[in-house]
Design a protein around this ligand. Sequence first.
Ligand code: PGA
Length: 256
Amino acid sequence: MSPRRPLVAANWKLNGSRAANAALLRALCGALPPPLPADVVICPPFVYLADVATMLHGTGMATGGQDVATEDQGAFTGEVSAPMLRDVGCEYVIVGHSERRAHYGDSDEIVAIKAAAAARAGLVPIICVGETLAERDRGETIAVVTRQMDAVIRNTGINVFGASLVAYEPVWAIGTGRTATPQQAQEVHAAIRALIARHDATMAAGLRILYGGSVKAGNAKDLFAMKDIDGGLIGGASLDAAEFANICKAAVTDPA
Ligand code: PGA
C-alpha cells in the first residue's frame, strides 16, 4: 500500500460562471460528503477563487490557482501573485501546465521561478511535466520530463519537492480522450520518482505524483492502482460533479 494519501485536483481551465460554479460545487459536495476519500483540490479561474474558497469552507476540499506570477508585486499588468492567491484562501497552484507552456511562453525556467514563488508564499505548487506526441514518437519521453524536472531543481533547489506535487500530463492525452495506459503512465511516474531519489530518497518516497490527461471515472481506478500514481489532475471530467466525485472515490488506496 502506498504511504502517500491520494490527491485529485480539478482543473476547470477557462470554464464556469458564478451560477454554474455554485451548482457544480453544490452537486459535488452532495456526492462527496466528509470524510473525503482523497485530498480534493478545486482550481477555478482566478476571478472565482474567493467565491469558491468560501463555498468550500467546511467541506474539507481545498482551492488552487491555475497559474501564478513569477513576481510577488509591482508593475506586472494582468498578473496574479502567490501572496494574493494565499490571501484569498488558496492552498495550491498549478504551474507549468502544458497549455501555459504552449500558448503563453512558459519556459522550463519560468515554470521553475513560478514554483519557487508559490512555495515561498506557502502554496503547494502542482508542477506539470509531459511530452508531446512527436517527442513520444521519437522516444524522448523520459528525456523531456527529465529536462523539465531538472530545470526546477537547478533553479529552486531540490527542497521545493518536499512541499510540492508533480503532475505527469502527456500533452497528447490532454483533452483528447486518448489516455496513457496505466503502464505507460507508471513508467514515467517511476522515472520521476527515481530522479528525485537521486537527490533525496526520503523526499522521493513521500512525493505525490499525479497523472493527468483524459482521466474519467471509467479509467481512473486502473491508473490510480499503479504503484507510483498518487491521484490525478482532471480537466474536462471535473466539470461534471458525478463524474469527478467518482474519480475521487477511485483514488482510495486499496489496502489489499
Ligand atoms: P483533461 O485535462 O482531463 O481534459 O484531459 C487534464 C489537464 O489538462 O489538466
